[in-house]
Design a protein around this ligand. Structure first.
Ligand code: GDP
Length: 193
């Protein structure tokens, strides 16, 4: 999709604030700092539009971005901040769980992992959870420009194995610097609309 119009409709803290539309929604999940804002900005052809790196302790919101009055990107707060309090981690879980399991407009989840490393325990849990609820998921490995191409195959296998991805579950290798993988991500999104 060639995106010109994007609007942050709402940063929601409660279900009743979610947009009252039938546009398909695609949610983005991943650890804090994984490159979620950077991916979003590449997809919508903007620089610095989606917030970068939410800080621990900041209000955790679900951010609904209206894309061309056709769909919503839903930015889910990053998980896995060791420093976040137990209470705030529980709150994170409840809000996300409610959204991801109950939202009828949700058509799929883009789950980001840091392509340079093996998936973390939190990444593995997130994938197990998405699989358990049968939520269509695209895994995106970020920051691929930081590792040499010669190592991509090995890294790809490691990620697929660690996350127990089936043959029909797609993994996209992405870089916000080179924009490698952008079209594949868009193709997957358009296939969900
Ligand atoms: P978020 O917290 O998941 O939204 O992560 P950000 O998008 O803010 O990215 C966190 C940091 O990683 C920032 O310093 C980004 O510039 C950097 N970053 C994100 N994506 C990439 C990428 O594809 N390549 C490189 N080299 N750096 C990236």
């Amino acid at each position: 999709m060639d995106v010109h119009n994007v609007d942050l409709t709402i940063s929601a803290v409660a279900e009743k604030q979610y947009p009252n539309t039938q546009f398909p929604e695609i949610a983005f999940v991943g650890r804090s700092n994984v490159g979620k804002s950077s991916l979003t900005n590449v997809l919508i052809n903007r620089r610095g539009y989606a917030r970068t790196s939410s800080q621990p302790g900041k209000t955790q919101t679900l951010n609904f971005y209206n894309i061309e009055d056709k769909l919503y990107f839903v930015d889910v707060p990053g998980y896995g901040y060791a420093k976040a309090s137990k209470a705030s981690r529980q709150k994170w879980g409840q809000m996300i769980e409610t959204y991801l399991t109950k939202r009828q407009q949700l058509q799929g989840v883009i789950a980001l992992i840091d392509g340079r490393h093996a998936p973390t325990d939190d990444d593995v849990s997130m994938h197990e959870w998405l699989k358990y609820y049968k939520i269509p998921t695209l895994t995106v490995a970020t920051k691929m420009d930081k590792i040499s191409r010669g190592k991509w195959n090995k890294q790809e296998s490691l990620i697929k194995q660690s996350l127990s991805l089936d043959a029909n579950e797609q993994l996209v290798l992405f870089s916000s610097l080179t924009k490698q993988g952008k079209n594949e991500v868009w193709q997957w999104i358009e296939g969900r609309m």
